[in-house]
Design a protein around this ligand. Structure first.
Ligand SMILES: C[S@@+](CC[C@H](N)C(=O)[O-])C[C@H]1O[C@@H](n2cnc3c(N)ncnc32)[C@H](O)[C@@H]1O
Length: 247
């Protein structure tokens, strides 16, 4: 996708993001695990977005900082209670570099780590995270477990939602060798122009994430099927991984 950069997803989706993902706003198990691992903090969220997770954690007493490439997403966060004074760096999370702060927890949720589109940049992100963690600190990711059977001859088109005047579809292309998916949410509304919301991902299997962690000097501490900490199985659609920087 020519012209697609780190800010493209957020800048395009910022106006509708909180409405579309309203069902993800209240996730007590997610907050509980992150708060437990953050301990005394501070914590850093990569791809902090509109603050869905970070603001809830801050309200629970964790000093959360953020990085995001999209000014439009961060503007939404700033407008919410507790968002105005949250320390946030605008930039690419592949370049994790913190102004002299060491974190007890760095986390990146909702598949956002896969928004780093090159393997070498994902490796660099792990190294940057390891650099900003205190000894004994944790890095947590929430990522989908890749399922290439979703794609038929390199593509998948599906319908996400339909109502009386709207059709919301998802059209994706898949490159098996590059582990990359690129596509659009497409929203067609009666009487309005069709709207496109581009999404571009480079996915990785849990074993590859472990290798990136190992290259960065991090050790796998726990791996769950979701925030409720159920054991991961072959059928798990999503995986929460916890790596630890040796003390
Ligand atoms: C799916 S949203 C998740 C937002 C928030 N973490 C949540 O869970 O609601 C992904 C976020 O990552 C940001 N993002 C995508 N690629 C990025 C990159 N390379 N560097 C920094 N932020 C990025 C987007 O702007 C967006 O805010």
């Amino acid at each position: 996708m020519e012209g697609y950069g780190p800010a493209t997803y957020g800048d395009t989706i910022a106006d509708v993001y909180d409405d579309w993902y309203d069902a993800r706003m209240q996730r007590p198990a997610e907050q509980a695990l992150l708060a437990e691992l953050a301990g005394a903090g501070p914590a850093l969220e990569l791809g902090v977005g509109t603050g869905r997770v970070a603001l809830a954690l801050r309200a629970a007493g964790v000093d959360v900082h953020g990085i995001d490439a999209s000014e439009a997403m961060v503007a939404r966060l700033r407008a919410k209670p507790g968002g105005a004074d949250m320390p946030i760096a605008i930039g690419d999370m592949a370049d994790v570099a913190s102004p002299a702060t060491a974190y007890t927890l760095v986390y990146v949720v909702f598949n956002t780590f896969f928004a780093i589109l090159e393997q070498h940049d994902q490796v660099r992100a792990f190294a940057g995270v390891a650099d900003v963690l205190v000894p004994g600190g944790r890095f947590v990711t929430e990522t989908f477990v890749p399922d290439v059977t979703r794609f038929d001859r390199g593509q998948r088109t599906s319908t996400a939602q339909i109502d009386a005047s709207t059709v919301h579809m998802e059209a994706n292309m898949h490159d098996l060798l590059a582990q990359r998916v690129w596509g659009h949410h497409i929203v067609m509304r009666d009487g309005l122009p069709t709207a496109f919301f581009p999404v571009h991902l480079r996915y990785a299997y849990p074993a590859e994430l472990d290798l990136m962690a190992r290259l960065a000097g991090l050790e796998l501490e726990a791996r769950y099927d979701g925030w409720e900490r159920a054991p991961l199985t072959d059928l798990s659609p999503s995986v929460v991984s916890v790596w630890r920087k040796p003390a």
